[in-house]
Design a protein around this ligand. Structure first.
Ligand SMILES: [Zn+2]
Ligand SMILES: [Zn+2]
Length: 213
């Protein structure tokens, strides 16, 4: 099995989790044996989030999508943002807040669950009033956590550990953009994303009555 960062291997990761006996759960309760908290921090692309969300729904996998209100890459208050929120809910996923410290915009769009974007160690695991911080205990502990940051799994791709049920419970963080756009390196993947964004931006310009003739 090649551990590529693509949708084919993402599907294999979901299959591995099922083979290992894990159940997909959300952050509304504390971890129990056999739990898989599937978490997505949506840093760059709502479109990528939706593509992953559709794939998961087809695989009967539930995830929690953490969306930003202060992203420099997308606008959650736009029509596309609202459509994304609605579709994620419709597919059975949960929506948490991917917040930029120290700002919390926890409104009715979100469940009471927060993941800080690029957190500093000082506040990463600090409790948050009225919401779960996904990086605080009991939802986070280093040995029960796997993350795909910048196309790098710190302790290797987790598919084998998942298939064998090696971890009593686990929180898996993936970033949809990494899996949806093709590329052998993070740079290639980002360039593929930007190519697609350029096409989308041209459509937005036309829709905004900009003369592109
Ligand atoms: Zn793998
Ligand atoms: Zn982030």
């Amino acid at each position: 099995m090649s551990c590529a960062f693509d949708l084919a291997h993402y599907g294999e990761l979901l299959d591995a989790a099922k083979a290992g006996g894990y159940r997909f759960v959300t952050f509304d309760r504390k971890p129990l044996a056999g739990d898989l908290f599937l978490r997505h921090d949506v840093d760059l692309s709502l479109g990528a989030a939706l593509r992953l969300a559709e794939l998961e729904a087809e695989a009967d996998a539930q995830a929690t999508y953490f969306l930003m209100t202060r992203s420099v890459f997308y606008n959650l208050a736009s029509e596309e943002g609202e459509r994304t929120l609605a579709r994620l809910r419709q597919l059975g996923h949960r929506v948490g807040h991917h917040a930029v410290h120290p700002n919390l915009d926890l409104d009715e769009r979100f469940d009471a669950v927060v993941a800080w974007h690029n957190p500093d160690p000082e506040f990463m695991a600090a409790p948050i009033d009225g919401a779960v911080n996904v990086m605080s205990p009991p939802w986070f502990s280093r040995e029960h956590y796997r993350s795909d940051s910048n196309q790098h799994w710190r302790s290797g791709c987790p598919h084998a550990a998942l298939a064998e049920g090696e971890l009593e419970w686990v929180q898996v963080l993936t970033h949809p953009e990494i899996w949806v756009y093709p590329g052998e390196t993070m740079r290639e993947t980002m360039l593929a994303m930007l190519d697609e964004e350029r096409e989308a931006d041209l459509e937005r310009l036309a829709a905004d009555r900009i003369d592109l003739t």
